[in-house]
Design a protein around this ligand. Structure first.
Ligand code: FEO
Ligand code: CA
Ligand code: CA
Ligand code: CA
Length: 632
């Protein structure tokens, strides 16, 4: 393999290199199971009418019954294929902060449209590839914490590097563009703007000193030459989705961390003969995606075999204290974390729902041992508890299976570092790439975006678990995705039992007349593919962001650029609210404290968006109503 080409791969394709599909396998014998008998597909919204939707017939045969979006206080917009943002009539938008924008006055003018950001200023500006984010208020200041997921090296590096760093400085440049940005914003009459030089402004990068807590802190598995105690990892990486604790801190979620590590001991087109334990399951192989290992021994696992075990965690940051040390919470398990949705059990225990975004991986929840009420100490709430993994039954029930030494036969440290393997041992359900999980503020109910899964019914996951068609993953080679939701027993997020249904199956009713047309709440007027980011607004509406195929051709004809839609959880209606520029993913959503402005992330845009010249710049935009009313 030519390592230089890895930069052009999607994360799925990168994983496929690690775990290639065999020429033939047992799954080739899987005949597409009779989707029509799975009556629940005919209706999202089986809650409340579960008996009716079973046997409601073949999906797509009742196009005339497809819901018409009507119940929103905006006029839904059509698709777009251009290099601009579109919002409904009566709304406006503007960029809030762009990649390379100065957080400190010393970095003003550092970004240029031709060359991007110089290495000296790369940790004093807003990071690349904006993703999850949350709003905080502290002492009257409004703060945003925003993830910078990964890099676009062909855009970020000097042209002669052709997308791969050629020296240690260029590795530093890439490292500094990722991680987390904390910044203050203020509205002084011109709309929300970055407060340059605010004492709260902060960059947290691949080099920032962290601590760990929970059962893995100090364990052999996380000790390195540089940190023989195994308690002081450096850096948070591939920060994807986010979460907010009930006590007002930020949770950043480390997703495709595997891509940053490699080994200099082997030639670049061969796996080492023996990879360290667990590397296969997590997709860590001989060549890192950005050649970090060539210039920094920390990323070279022939030198530091435990360094990858120090990544893939949920990390807590206190945005109100720029001197605070981020904490990696090992009790929440190590996997490709999408986001972390915190709620409370009826008895006051802390519950965190989490998805592992890889084809055929699992959905988890953490439940603390201790309980909490506002104002009480938070010690131990994210370090002492039980990790569970989800099992979905075909009868639309499910259960949370505890991952303990008793249930898995693994020591606790291994359960957490290799949570995927623990999940496999207890028979967790292989999912269609769990992305964001969000909870309904108006009832005990959680939603998870299952973005797509080209391997569903085709090949096992990286641990060899079969991925049969069924349950909440009902379509073979699922290219459109769906949103599953569950209600815990007794309306208590601490319960171990739940019922589930599919809120929506994305699809294309113009191209298909079977299950790939989507569920009945998908219409030619609102269709989309690959739901990913999700958040509830305080009024109980579900905002859905997409990271899918924006070719507008073939299977995706009529779906246009990636977008943000709004769903009504009660009626199932879905309406398109925003379209992103061509090439971009719409990801990350939070609101101003007065709910009058929504902040929306635009990741990896194409063309020269938003400046209209030079390089494209991932940006957070502000969206508001012209009449000044709340929008969420
Ligand atoms: Fe970073 Fe799974 O999205
Ligand atoms: Ca995502
Ligand atoms: Ca995605
Ligand atoms: Ca992304």
């Amino acid at each position: 393999m030519d390592i230089r080409k890895t930069v052009d791969l999607s994360w799925d394709e990168f994983d496929e290199l690690r775990d290639p599909r065999p020429a033939t396998n047992d799954f080739d014998a899987v005949v597409e199971r009779a989707i029509s008998r799975r009556g629940f597909l005919g209706g999202a919204l089986s809650f409340g009418s579960a008996a009716a939707v079973f046997g409601s017939g073949v999906l797509g045969s009742a196009t005339s019954a497809r819901a018409q979006a009507a119940a929103f206080n905006f006029t839904p917009i059509g698709i777009a294929t251009d290099f601009d943002i579109h919002v409904p009539e009566g709304y406006e938008w503007k960029p809030l902060v762009k990649w390379g924008q100065a957080l400190f006055s010393e970095a003003e003018g550092a970004y240029t449209p031709e060359t991007g950001v110089p290495v000296e200023m790369s940790d004093k500006v807003f990071g690349e590839n904006t993703d999850g984010m949350e709003t905080f208020t502290h002492d009257g200041h409004v703060l945003l914490a925003i993830n910078s997921e990964y890099v676009n090296p062909k855009i970020n590096l000097p042209a002669d590097s052709e997308g791969m760093p050629k020296n240690a400085d260029e590795v530093t440049l890439l490292k500094n563009m990722q991680g987390v940005t904390v910044l203050e914003i203020a509205d002084n009459g011109n709309g929300w703007e970055v407060v340059v030089d605010s004492p709260y402004n902060r960059r947290i990068t691949h080099e920032t000193r962290m601590t760990m807590d929970g059962p893995v802190a100090g364990a052999e598995l996380v000790k390195t030459n540089a940190d023989p105690d195994g308690t002081s990892p450096k850096g948070t990486m591939n920060n994807c989705g986010s979460g907010k604790t009930l006590w007002g801190t930020y949770l950043t979620c480390e997703e495709n961390f595997n891509g940053y590590f490699g080994s200099t001991e082997t030639s670049q087109d061969q796996k080492p003969l023996v990879l360290p334990f667990g590397f296969d399951r997590y997709g860590i192989g001989a060549e890192g995606r950005y050649a970090y290992e060539t210039f920094d021994p920390r990323y070279d696992f022939s030198n530091e075999p435990n360094e990858p075990n120090r990544h893939g965690w949920v990390t807590e940051i206190d945005p109100s204290d720029p001197t605070s040390t981020p904490v990696k919470h090992t009790a929440l398990g190590r996997f490709k974390h999408e986001n972390a949705e915190m709620v409370q059990a009826a008895d006051g225990r802390i519950v965190v729902y989490m998805g592992d975004d890889e084809r055929g991986e699992f959905i988890y929840k953490y439940v603390s041992n201790g309980t909490w009420a506002g104002g009480q100490p938070t010690d131990g709430l994210l370090s002492d508890g039980t990790l569970y993994v989800a099992k979905f039954n075909d009868d639309m029930t499910g259960e949370w299976l505890p991952l303990t030494p008793e249930t898995t036969g693994m020591p606790l440290e291994e359960i957490l570092v290799f949570a995927r393997m623990a999940g496999s041992k207890v028979g967790a359900t292989t999912m269609d790439r769990p992305e964001w999980i969000t909870t309904n503020p108006l009832r005990a109910e959680a939603y998870c975006a299952l973005t797509n899964n080209s391997n569903r019914g085709v090949k096992p996951n990286a641990g060899g678990d079969e991925t049969p068609v069924g349950g909440p993953n009902p379509r073979q080679t699922n290219e459109y995705g769906q949103i599953v939701r569950w209600r815990p027993e007794g309306e208590d997020h601490g319960a171990t039992g739940f019922t589930w249904d599919l809120y929506v199956m994305a699809g294309n009713p113009d191209v298909h007349d079977d299950a790939y047309a989507g569920s009945e709440n998908v219409t030619p007027g609102n269709m989309f593919n690959s739901p990913d980011g999700m958040a509830f607004s305080s009024d109980g509406l579900l905002w859905i962001q997409t990271d899918g195929d924006y070719s507008n051709e073939g299977e995706f004809a009529g779906q246009g650029n990636n977008q943000m839609l709004v769903g009504n959880p009660e009626t199932g209606e879905i309406a398109r609210f925003l379209t992103g520029p061509y090439g971009s993913e719409v990801t990350g959503l939070t609101w101003s404290p007065d709910r009058k402005v929504a902040f929306v992330g635009i990741q990896h845009p194409g063309g020269s968006w938003p400046d209209g010249e030079g390089k494209p710049r991932s940006s957070v935009i502000a969206v508001w109503r012209q009449d000044g009313a709340e929008i969420g």
